[in-house]
Design a protein around this ligand. Structure first.
Ligand code: CUA
Length: 150
């Protein structure tokens, strides 16, 4: 038989579990956390390009290789939401945009995907943060967020 004290401990434990569970749900919704996805490989992703869906929505197909990213310069307007699809044509590289909290791996035969908003103008460095050989430290690209030139 459980005594009063044990019942109280069980109730408090149950309550804490419920609070914990709902606070995780709340924070996930509130912060709009975008979890990096791995999507099935297709040759179409290995073609470096920037695709404009509409004025505020872009897709970037980035291909990492020793020791560059293609495309090396990505131009988008402020307020754009960008889907990044990242792959590699050789070894494992990293794909990091520190100021936008992007941290992905670029892997041959795999596609990493994340969605990022760029609300403000600026130049955002993309860097490789996975050691990939002698040119690793020079491996970078940039996202230039600016109003289109008329
Ligand atoms: Cu690519 Cu380090």
């Amino acid at each position: 038989m459980l005594d009063k004290f044990e019942i109280r401990v069980l109730r408090i434990t149950g309550l804490l579990i419920i609070i914990f569970f709902f606070s995780i749900l709340y924070v996930t919704g509130k912060r709009k956390v975008d979890v990096t996805e791995c999507i099935p490989y297709d040759k179409a992703y290995a073609e470096p390009r920037v695709t404009k869906i509409d004025d505020k929505t872009y897709q970037v197909f980035a291909v990492a290789g020793m020791w560059t990213f293609e495309p090396s310069v990505i131009n988008i307007p402020p307020g754009a939401e960008v889907d990044f699809f990242v792959t590699s044509k050789d070894v494992v590289h990293g794909f990091n945009i520190a100021e936008r909290n992007v941290n992905m791996m670029a892997v041959y035969g795999g596609i990493s995907k994340t969605t990022v908003k760029f609300p403000e103008t600026g130049v955002y460095k993309i860097t490789c943060h996975e050691y990939c050989g002698t040119g690793h430290q020079n491996m970078q690209a940039e996202v230039i967020v600016d109003y289109p030139k008329p």
